[in-house]
Design a protein around this ligand. Sequence first.
Ligand code: URA
Length: 474
Amino acid sequence: MIATTLAEPDDFEAWRAEARRLVERGVSPDAAGWHEDTADLFAAPAAAPVSVDRAREVRASRAFMNLARSAVLHSDPARLGLLYRVLWRLQEHPRLLDDAADRDVAALERLARQVRRDIHKMRAFVRFRTMPLEDGPLENGPLEDGGERFVAWFEPDHRIERANAAFFVNRFASQQWSILTPRLSLHWDGAALLEGPPATRADAPAEDATEELWLGYYRSIFNPARLKIGMMVREMPRRYWKNLPEARAIPELVAGAQQREAAMIATGTDLFAAETPPASLSAVAEGIARCRRCAIGCNGTRAVVGEGPASAGLMIIGEQPGDTEEREGRPFVGPAGQLLDAALATAGVDRARAYVTNAVKHFKFAPRGKRRLHQAPTAGEIDMCRWWLDAERALVRPRVILALGASSARGLLGRTPAIGRERGQAIALPDGGTIWLTAHPSYLLRLDGEAREREHGRFAQDLAGLARLLGESA
Ligand code: URA
């Protein structure tokens, strides 16, 4: 057995040099023992220089090196042997990493993934507090020119402190800070990064004035309508909470969330209560683009606002933008829009003279690979977006509104009508306007055979009725 000891367990370059030397000498994984010297990190000598005998060429793909660079930081002591085994096998099977079912490959991928996640969590959850130098444990750290230092306590799962140091140096280059961990401390004095000994939680300040700022910030961005407890705990695992000032607000916000969401959905308008309706269609468009009052508004898609003459006699209202509409930023320009355009033209209704919009202004979808599959908005989401539809109606003041499908009608009436019973007849609105209700063109696109024939016919009849109504009300 050839035993190799890494002086620094996170030293990838030392592992790489030793591993290369062993492969070159033909030492099989069973004959190679890997150890790490964690006894006294600061007393450890630098890794010994390795003399490399180039008798046998060592092959390692870039993909392996990237995986290995992360995996070597894992706290599992078995990782060094695993890494060496994969490197050894790669010499005979250069495409080994393509075999995701291979146990060694899967184990290596898992280690690397856990390390990357830990790196990400450290970046997200390090919280600095201010501390006057003389109060702290930093007399062993670099000298300061007086004043304050930002100090954070963090407990990583893996040996990621050094690998993450450059991130914090770049992010907080002009401040003086320390990150204390159970394994080592990192100190940045504005010019150089120094390492110090392990610390304890008590070495870092427990609270400071930024506490309230964090709490306030977290309360302000917390959206009860988006609360998914499982997802929140996955993103912000409980073990980090004790060091996060904002975590104090979580129980209170979670407890109130259901009630707040119910109130939001029940009233539909309470989130708008303090707002004055926009005075122009461009103000409506700006407001919609910024609106995050429901989960659809928060899904990162582009808002699609209405288009057409500001004083159109006809308003056409669909359900919500689809995939094409979201990409192009315009309503009814995809397949449903083409069907609608053709049917309107046959009925003699000029779309260019209509104001076209939707009951919901963002695209709700479920991702399926690269595709985005339409999902119907809930009644609560339609009701929430109604404030914007009302604002558009108040500004355009159409005489006739063509409502396409049940969601559209709900956005107007505040109830979901049965299309089959109420279509093709004038429904009076309190503001003097008239609704003309028909099926949604997307529904027609989903039909085949006889049903398709029949429903296209009914749709054409409804639009012919709309044309008559427009003629009468002109
Ligand atoms: N479906 C709708 O309801 N609206 C659009 O804008 C497009 C498809």
